[in-house]
Design a protein around this ligand. Structure first.
Ligand code: PNS
Length: 167
């Protein structure tokens, strides 16, 4: 086992420029970066797993060492099954810390080989989250500055459709 590869897990509902910043930086740190698009059982997602995967694939098509994946079950078990021992997560502010600390310790309890590597967010994106993007879009605001250009239209179309259907 080595730190040559890492896994960056998240809900990415939808992917933001903050996520892209973490993806680009960690793809430089590791030979291979798996982006795991997952279901967070405590969140209700607006985009389907397939939509989120497609958007991240489009946004990372130019990064050759990235592979987008998904699975059901535990992250710690999946990481073991593909021989990865590094989990990458972005930290925006102190408010993220307790949740991230709990996840990192739980993952380590399940699989003691695992290390969670925290990247501090780029200060430009400290305030940014997928929920903020959805909130702005649903209220008619412009999300161009917040989401990667490659996913902008998909995100706008989907949120408009959700709105019309009262979702
Ligand atoms: O972007 P998010 O919603 O903060 O990501 C959370 C996610 C999806 C990484 C987390 O819920 C997760 O790892 N889910 C997979 C199931 C699992 O292993 N749960 C235990 C982790 S404490």
């Amino acid at each position: 086992m080595s730190f040559k590869s890492a896994i960056y897990p998240g809900s990415f509902d939808p992917v933001t420029k903050g996520h892209m910043d973490i993806i680009k930086r960690s793809a430089k740190m590791y030979d291979k970066l798996y982006i795991a698009v997952l279901t967070n059982s405590s969140k209700r997602c607006s985009f389907t797993i397939d939509e989120r995967i497609e958007m991240i694939k489009k946004c990372t098509a130019h990064i050759s060492n990235v592979e987008v994946c998904t699975f059901s079950g535990l992250l710690a078990e999946y990481a073991k099954s593909i021989g990865v021992i590094a989990i990458v997560r972005g930290l925006r502010a102190v408010t993220d810390f307790e949740y991230e600390f709990q996840m990192a310790l739980t993952n380590k309890k399940i699989n003691k080989e695992l290390e969670t590597i925290f990247l501090t967010t780029n200060s430009k994106y400290m305030y940014l989250s997928s929920s903020i993007v959805k909130e702005i879009a649903r209220n008619g605001g412009d999300i161009t500055d917040f989401v990667p250009a490659a996913a902008l239209e998909d995100i706008k179309n989907r949120l408009e459709r959700n709105d019309k259907n009262g979702l």
